[in-house]
Design a protein around this ligand. Sequence first.
Ligand SMILES: O=P(O)(O)OC[C@H]1O[C@H](OP(=O)(O)OP(=O)(O)O)[C@H](O)[C@@H]1O
Ligand code: HPA
Length: 192
Amino acid sequence: MKQARVARVDDKDMGTDLQSVLITKEEIDAKLAELAAKIDVEYQGKDLLIVGVLKGAVMVMADLARALSTPVTMDWMAVSSYGAGTQSSGVVRILKDLDTDIAGRDVLIVEDIIDSGLTLSWLLSNLGSRGPASLNVVTLLRKPEAAKVDINVKWIGFDIPNEFVVGYGLDYAEKYRNLPFVGTLAPHVYGG
Ligand SMILES: O=P(O)(O)OC[C@H]1O[C@H](OP(=O)(O)OP(=O)(O)O)[C@H](O)[C@@H]1O
Ligand code: HPA
């Protein structure tokens, strides 16, 4: 199994940057279908607004939205708490705010990853203060061992180890977002 996965990384012509594939495209697709079915049940008959957190959540938004049967409207917020490195600065900046007034709306935040939880904790308090009818979160990935704050997350795709991951929207220094799977990088990429 491990051998096949490494071979696949080589097939993607990613050179020696990648160390391993943690979650395959097939596993992601299956998980998003599972999450979409639960979200459909929760929001049946409601006017759902899904909010993607740029840039990392682009892939999850695109694939989850298409897996949903519920009609949705989509909006985007861009915040940043990570610079070029692998540690959250803890300081969240709004780079792009919502175009939508969410007062009275059923809002679902779509995230790629919850790491320290600082970004989401800030987002929940910021969006919560705008008076939505409901505010929930779906994330593809979560690192339970990295949590610095306690957050209520309704739908979680995969709990993963406390390692820096890339792919499927997730970057290291803006690279690797377009990998169709989630993987880890070889130490030399970080200068190790
Ligand atoms: O739980 P945390 O430790 O706060 O980390 C999670 C956040 O970090 C990433 O965004 P990032 O700030 O790297 O911006 P990006 O999505 O544009 O890559 C990710 O998309 C989450 O929004
Ligand atoms: O593990 C990660 N990889 C990429 N971006 C991230 N933002 C928070 N954690 C991560």
